[in-house]
Design a protein around this ligand. Sequence first.
Ligand SMILES: [Zn+2]
Length: 477
Amino acid sequence: MELLVIGIDAVSPNLVFENLDDYPNIRDLVSDGVSGEYNGYVYGYGSHDNWISMYTGVSPHTHKVIKGRYSVTEEYPMPKHYEKFSPLWKILNENGYKVGFWKGLATTPPVEIDGYMVSGEPLLEKVNELPDYASILPVVCSKDKFIKDDFFGDLTNFPSPKTPERFGETWGSIEENPEKLEELLIDGYFKEGLEYHKKTLEQAYINIERVYKKKEVDVFWFYNSVFDYVGHFQTHDKDGTLMRECIKHVDIFIGKMKNLMKPKNIIFLSDHGQKAIVDFFPNCSIDTRKRAFGLSDNCIFSKNHIVMKGRNPGLLTGLHSLKATAIFKGENIKKNESLAEMRTLDIYPTILDILGIEIPKEKEGYILPIVKNGNEKNISYKFPNEIKKRIVLLLQTCEVSVFNSFINEYSIKNRFNEIHVMILPEYKEVFKINKQVKKVLLLGEEINKNNYDEILIAYNDNQNKEKKILPIKMKDE
Ligand SMILES: [Zn+2]
């Protein structure tokens, strides 16, 4: 078969690339292919937004799924909301490729395609209200009913992380004595999540194997979100012990999938990473953390942890972070190239070019410079050879969380600009770890305006609910 894509939500690149010896199958992909980290959509964007951008090659502002809702109607996202952007299965089918799509986020209700589509979202709180959408079991169209008929296993027993009550506490009693968190948040706090993740992948493989032997496809796309779910409650563990165990099971799964399908090309993707909330504010006092974090009203702050009260009553300690994981390996993929400038939007055109397919018009990304023999007609999507970076300075004029969202939007819309910021000195450490920011200046420092192509201020008009980025003119211009 031509291409196998394995998508695991929220796998942080550092957990993968710093521990490759633990993952022999992933290590083989890395050593024979191209790999690295890239910028996903986070801070104001959800997983659905990211995966739909991969299926369609257009940004969330174009496909209009933002924070996991189709923003026009506020519905949960469905294929009908973005089908006009030629999603991958459609264009692959049009070019003669049979496609198997397995549990992709935002693919419910399933589309009737040449191949098969297995859908259903792990949206636990909506199981009763939206049974055809929120389903851990497969949802398929009538033509693909054979997949459902002999489906193996039962994963409906979804685990929950321990609540404060399970420890004989309440949210209020922890709030009164936050240092209690030291005892509650042990390394294996959500070990039931690891067990479930393992079982999910094992059962998925058994079902995929049977389906694949019945009906071969040319391109297979696998997706699973349990890793993301576990990570939200387990990222406080600085060594990532449990999350690395989770990746070991992903590695075993990849090995089995490779043996089964013997793909000419294989891609491993996450949509973003994950980081402990407290690590977004390193080397800061609790007071500074409280001021800097936009959601601090819902949080308990101890010396080493920040715990957020989520929809789920467990102790949520991790949030999505910018850097996602990408690995490409195969017959039509170069080795040892760089993914340094990769963004989510590049995945769609790159996949089509790997398969020699002409890319539709009005896609927003580029073909990564890793494809050996692409389609000549895709010349307009060629990755720019020389990038002339414009250097811009953004001045902080609003609270940290709001300013961060300005930086995020600016970085999304101006992917090749180099961003410097000038900020209040007390937040130095917070901006130093922002990977969208190249250089941090402190308010009061002298600016050499000749260093900058533009100097901008982020202006948050609370009354009109408008966010604007305004250019500043310097004196002797
Ligand atoms: Zn995600």
